[in-house]
Design a protein around this ligand. Structure first.
Ligand code: EPU
Length: 420
């Protein structure tokens, strides 16, 4: 298994370009299943999760054309099997996103039930209940979700009892081809939900209200093809900004969307960062100063994202003062804390709260990545630790960060990959 070796102590200084958003690209690729014509998806990040989604579509027998920039054209009408097998779903939970579109377009879907994962139990009950409200017949048997809608789905009013991102996306996609009007209440407002809605509308769907907590979808008979470019990755952007902040450096992130990061930028300013923004860039400058500890409470968008929690935990580890971090989305998303403690961090964990008191220096150590964002937190800590930090199991990081070592090297970090 590859490892990352980071020698800490370099103040980052430079510019870096962001990739397309993983969590937009995955639902947009799933949405191609709804179209009756070929659909082309552009600005896909080169990531393991994207490869898995492409493989999943390929295993259904769907014809795909992939160009040298990893733009993917999907012709859903060439589908031969309505299966998402365990072997792929177990490697990527977001595979569940094919359920709604496959069912709505083809009247049938068999998708392995995703299990729990390192950060929490992560059930999909809301996805299933919402589809049932639209008339689907669903049985869960032998670890698989078997869903049928032989006569198509119908519109429904459905109140989601928890805000769920992929749940909202799955139901929104299914509703585009349902008969009549669907109203999704307590919908997720994440930018990736809005991006998916924009893609669906480009395909001829009638989706209104994405970005608010009520999404109204008027079903149409069929969707046509289109070419769609996914938005930049706001979590990758936030991660590189924290890399600048933690090293007391200056980082300009290009090819991004500043208006999607309000909560993160506010916390970086609280930490003492000078932030300036343009239409598609953000610059962070610490002017050589040590960051100040910040208090964080994760919550659905537009509040502070859980996907940035581990990175800010790392920031607080070397900041001046004490910061409290409350994780409200996932029940087990502090796996990075014990690894950071091994690097000399002062973290007290109490249930869903981490109280972090900054230390002057962390010390490099061998650490283990446990999930995607936890790994990012460990890499950030490695950038400021004395000596070498070796991050193991970095397949987690490759799921969500394109060329992380090259991008950090361009900013002046000493980081390299050691193949197994
Ligand atoms: N939940 C339920 N029932 C459901 C669905 C969700 O109880 O049917 C609960 C979950 O257990 C969790 C909460 O609702 O406690 C929110 O989970 P959500 O469904 O919103 O998470 P997700 O859709 O599975 C997406 C991102 C995650 C991100 C979360 C929260 C994708 C592909 N994944 O997951 O991204 O953390 O939303 O913002 O969009 C990552 O990129 O590292 C990542 C984990």
């Amino acid at each position: 298994m590859d490892k990352l070796i980071i020698t800490g102590g370099r103040q980052l200084d430079g510019e870096v370009r962001m990739s397309g958003a993983k969590n937009s690209a995955l639902p947009v690729l799933a949405a191609t299943l709804l179209a009756s014509e070929p659909t082309k998806v552009c600005n896909l990040p080169h990531l393991q999760d994207i490869t898995t989604m492409i493989e999943l579509l390929g295993q259904m027998g769907i014809e795909l054309i992939i160009d040298d920039k990893l733009n993917v054209e999907v012709d859903a009408k060439t589908i031969k099997e309505f299966n998402a097998p365990y072997e792929l779903v177990k490697t990527m939970r977001a595979s569940i996103l094919v359920l709604g579109p496959m069912l709505a377009h083809f009247g049938e879907a068999h998708v392995s039930l995703p299990g729990g994962c390192a950060i929490g139990s992560r059930p999909v009950d809301i996805h299933l209940k919402g589809l049932e409200a639209m008339g689907a017949e669903i049985q869960v048997e032998g670890g698989y979700i078997h869903a049928f809608a032989r006569n198509g789905l119908h519109g429904a009013r459905y109140v989601m009892d928890t805000v769920t991102v992929t749940g909202t996306e799955n139901l929104m996609m299914a509703a585009t081809l349902a008969r009549g009007k669907t109203i999704l209440e307590n919908a997720a407002r994440e930018p990736e939900v809005v991006d998916l809605a924009n893609c669906l509308n480009r395909m001829g769907a009638d989706v209104q209200g994405a970005g608010t907590d009520t999404i109204i979808i008027n079903g149409v008979d069929k969707l046509h093809g289109c070419e769609y470019t996914v938005i930049p990755d706001r979590i990758e952007t936030g991660t590189y900004l924290v890399a600048g902040a933690i090293t007391r450096g200056r980082v300009k992130v290009k090819n991004t969307a500043p208006d999607l990061l309000d909560a993160v930028l506010l916390k970086l300013q609280d930490a003492g960062a000078h932030i300036s923004t343009g239409a598609d860039w953000i610059e962070l400058d610490m002017k050589g100063n040590r960051p100040r500890a910040v208090n964080i409470r994760t919550a659905p968008y537009p509040a502070f994202p859980t996907d940035m929690q581990a990175q800010f935990t790392a920031l607080n580890c070397v900041a001046e003062g004490t910061g409290t971090i409350i994780e409200t989305i996932f029940e087990n998303r502090f796996m990075h804390a014990s690894e950071l403690i091994r690097m000399g961090a002062h973290i007290a964990l109490e249930g869903n709260t981490a109280i972090v008191t900054g230390v002057e220096h962390l010390t490099g150590a061998p650490v283990m990545a446990t999930d995607l964002r936890a790994s990012a937190g460990l890499v950030l800590a490695g950038l400021v630790a004395n000596g070498d930090t070796r991050v193991d199991r970095i397949y987690h990081i490759d799921r969500g960060y394109e060329c992380i070592e090259e991008k950090l090297q361009m900013l002046g970090a000493q980081i390299h990959r050691v193949p197994s």
